[in-house]
Design a protein around this ligand. Structure first.
Ligand SMILES: *[C@@H]1O[C@H](CO)[C@@H](O)[C@H](O)[C@H]1NC(C)=O
Ligand SMILES: *[C@@H]1O[C@H](CO)[C@@H](O)[C@H](O)[C@H]1NC(C)=O
Ligand SMILES: *[C@@H]1O[C@H](CO)[C@@H](O)[C@H](O)[C@H]1NC(C)=O
Ligand SMILES: *[C@@H]1O[C@H](CO)[C@@H](O)[C@H](O)[C@H]1NC(C)=O
Ligand SMILES: *[C@@H]1O[C@H](CO)[C@@H](O)[C@H](O)[C@H]1NC(C)=O
Ligand SMILES: *[C@@H]1O[C@H](CO)[C@@H](O)[C@H](O)[C@H]1NC(C)=O
Ligand SMILES: *[C@@H]1O[C@H](CO)[C@@H](O)[C@H](O)[C@H]1NC(C)=O
Ligand SMILES: *[C@@H]1O[C@H](CO)[C@@H](O)[C@H](O)[C@H]1NC(C)=O
Ligand SMILES: *[C@@H]1O[C@H](CO)[C@@H](O)[C@H](O)[C@H]1NC(C)=O
Ligand SMILES: *[C@@H]1O[C@H](CO)[C@@H](O)[C@H](O)[C@H]1NC(C)=O
Ligand SMILES: *[C@@H]1O[C@H](CO)[C@@H](O)[C@H](O)[C@H]1NC(C)=O
Length: 548
């Protein structure tokens, strides 16, 4: 049995409304209406999926009327923020349900984690084996746990006393469960370099430790945070670098560090600074004309931020307004749209978070500052043998970004070639849409340098069986439907040199046909270069781009 002291101090009640008049001191453009819009739009969308009888949201991806835990917790935070009609009553019901469904066997690896969906069989039975990131997802401790803390911090007066206790018990268990996570053990992959869940774990553990006077937990949170901070300080970058989805989660979690942890914590001390640097780095790579962050992307769930929903784009929505952000007018029609459910959390934190973003950063999100290059680095232990060197050349209508690396896996630390995009080119097309080209991740070692109009790629340990596959986006709606060579690709002229065989193949991966399936919901043309048979050269290819 876990025992709690009966008398924790309820944190001081903060502003009455997150978007209340207390924000009238906000300097610069008043962004609070942007955040309010995000809250309203994401909530109206989720309202359509809410099953009040069950006290859960239906699956947002229409899985035959089953329900979903994480999105329900996010929705509950929005209900508390909106606080109209019986919103609070529904939030209370959801929170209880989510905790009722929390895994309770302290000896199991998934202890303190939350169900993926309430209809699921018992994880760990013969028929439903415990498969990490499948039948249970260790990161949901962080996603749900941070949401609970946010609700307790922002809306303490709306949460009944007995539910507050139940949430703290739940958070205590989730922190214990998170302490079981050690990268490389039991198939877990939580190293401090896995930025988004690391930042969440340090926060929840540290916050719960302080709240419940569990000094071991407080210390564990501080220690984990210190490892994350040390990695960050190397070059002021997150290890999980530049990812539309996960940079958004990391920024969200760093905001919790900065807002809710005291100055006596390394999290309180460093959170704000890390947010500033992370945004400065993202802004240096952002092209406001293309409404896209240039590559390389360590983990991306799409190839055009205007066509898939990224959490980073929701943060930009609160900073520059929806029309100026990489968000489609109908966000729920975009790829990876389920992440729109995190909208309430981003909106609730926006007034505080946005105050940490510097003017120059904000200005780069509004308008392109002019052609420039970027040089930086990021380090993901234990996968990288040396820090990944990142170079980017960003011009008004053409951006090229790439990273040199040597890793012990293919597809980045997540071992996912579909999301690891180490070399990327984007260009503006006449109709205002964006074309893209990304190198498909096939090797453990790549030398990649982006410079003016060129991308230079080498496989230092490649051989005659190596090949370079470039995934190229489909032409615009009114452009050519068929692509058989570079000259069919809209908006850009591509010149290719190198030790590769100049003859290349082109195939198509489409929604309902072609050589294979789309990746991250995106159809693409696959341009593949092989080495000449029997070649003893190091595989190398130099691409030159001219707008056309
Ligand atoms: C935690 O400790 C402080 C100081 O020792 C005490 O004032 C507070 O009541 C304690 N809180 C809990 C939840 O035990
Ligand atoms: C304020 O908004 C305008 C456009 O609405 C933008 O051009 C300007 O850069 C913004 N200024 C700041 C400091 O955000
Ligand atoms: C940021 O811009 C606002 C006006 O848009 C100005 O009041 C403020 O002083 C600027 N801050 C810095 C640090 O330059
Ligand atoms: C709890 O988990 C342990 C370790 O997986 C297992 O041996 C035990 O049977 C479980 N207990 C219950 C009641 O399911
Ligand atoms: C927390 O874990 C204990 C086992 O250590 C379990 O008895 C209790 O029900 C759990 N609480 C919740 C809210 O899941
Ligand atoms: C805290 O950690 C110490 C050292 O590992 C251990 O001896 C002690 O039992 C722990 N206390 C609690 C309450 O878990
Ligand atoms: C825009 O940037 C995001 C990463 O932030 C990426 O996922 C997307 O694919 C990019 N779009 C294009 C057209 O390259
Ligand atoms: C990475 O960049 C640094 C600084 O420019 C340089 O010293 C180092 O040699 C580079 N490493 C690799 C592997 O390219
Ligand atoms: C491309 O990279 C290779 C290997 O690093 C180098 O030998 C070559 O000079 C580079 N080419 C250009 C044009 O920079
Ligand atoms: C090239 O390298 C791969 C992977 O190291 C290896 O499997 C393959 O046999 C090599 N091919 C040749 C022709 O040496
Ligand atoms: C691209 O085409 C090549 C050559 O046909 C093929 O080997 C490779 O698997 C394809 N890549 C993807 C990601 O579909």
């Amino acid at each position: 049995m876990v025992r709690f002291s009966n008398s924790w101090s309820i944190f001081p009640i903060l502003v009455q409304g997150v978007f209340g008049k207390s924000l009238s001191h906000v300097k610069r453009n008043d962004t609070s209406t942007f955040a309010r819009n995000l809250l309203q739009e994401s909530m109206s969308w989720m309202d359509m999926y809410y099953d009040a009888d069950a006290g859960y949201l239906y699956s947002l991806s229409a899985k035959a009327l089953t329900h979903e835990t994480r999105a329900s917790a996010w929705y509950a935070s929005g209900l508390l923020a909106r606080n109209e009609g019986n919103d609070v009553e529904q939030a209370v019901k959801i929170i209880r349900n989510v905790i009722d469904g929390q895994h309770k066997n302290v000896s199991s690896q998934w202890f303190g984690d939350y169900q993926i969906y309430p209809e699921e069989p018992t994880v760990g039975t013969e028929q439903y084996p415990p498969k990490i990131y499948n039948s249970w997802d260790p990161n949901w401790r962080g996603f749900v746990g941070t949401t609970f803390v946010l609700m307790l911090e922002e809306f303490p007066e709306l949460i009944p006393h007995d539910l507050t206790k139940y949430m703290l018990e739940s958070l205590y268990n989730t922190s214990i469960g998170d302490s079981y996570r050690v990268g490389g053990v039991d198939n877990d992959n939580l190293y401090p370099a896995y930025s988004n869940p690391s930042i969440m774990r340090a926060f929840v553990t540290g916050w719960v430790g302080r709240k419940l006077n569990e000094s071991n937990m407080t210390i564990a949170g501080e220690n984990y945070a210190t490892e994350v901070i040390d990695l960050f300080n190397r070059d002021n970058t997150l290890s999980e670098f530049n990812s539309g989805t996960y940079a958004g989660v990391s920024l969200f979690a760093l905001t919790l560090w900065a807002k809710y942890m005291p100055e006596s914590s390394v999290m309180g001390q460093n959170g704000g600074r890390m947010i500033k640097y992370t945004w400065a780095s993202l802004a240096s790579l952002y092209n406001a004309r293309l409404k896209n962050v240039s590559g390389p992307w360590d983990r991306s769930y799409g190839f055009d931020m205007q066509r898939y929903l990224s959490i980073l784009a929701l943060q930009m929505w609160t900073l520059v307004g929806k029309e100026n952000a990489p968000v489609h007018p109908k966000p729920y029609a975009m790829g990876h749209k389920d992440d729109f459910a995190i909208g309430p959390l981003i909106a609730i934190l926006a007034p505080f978070h946005n105050s940490l973003v510097e003017n120059t950063t904000l200005s780069a999100l509004h308008s392109f500052p002019g052609t420039h290059t970027v040089k930086t680095s990021a380090f993901s232990q234990p996968f990288d043998t040396y820090p990944r060197n990142i170079t980017a050349w960003i011009s008004p209508d053409l951006t090229i970004g790439a990273e040199t690396f040597s890793e012990n896996v293919i597809g980045g630390p997540a071992k996912n070639p579909n999301s690891f995009n180490p070399a990327v080119v984007q260009w503006a097309r006449k109709d205002g849409t964006v074309g893209f080209l990304t190198l498909y991740a096939q090797v453990m070692e790549l030398d990649a340098i982006a410079s003016e109009r060129t991308l230079n790629l080498t496989y230092p340990s490649g051989n005659s069986s190596s090949s370079f596959s470039f995934l190229v986006g489909t032409n615009s709606k009114n452009g050519k439907r068929d692509v058989a060579s570079w000259s069919d690709v809209e908006g850009v002229k591509v010149d290719v040199k190198g030790t590769v065989d100049p003859a290349y193949s082109v195939s198509f991966n489409g929604i309902v046909g072609g050589a294979g399936s789309p990746i991250n919901d995106f159809e693409f043309w696959n341009f593949t270069y092989k080495m000449p048979p029997g070649s003893t050269d190091i595989p190398q290819v130099l691409l030159n781009f001219e707008l056309s």
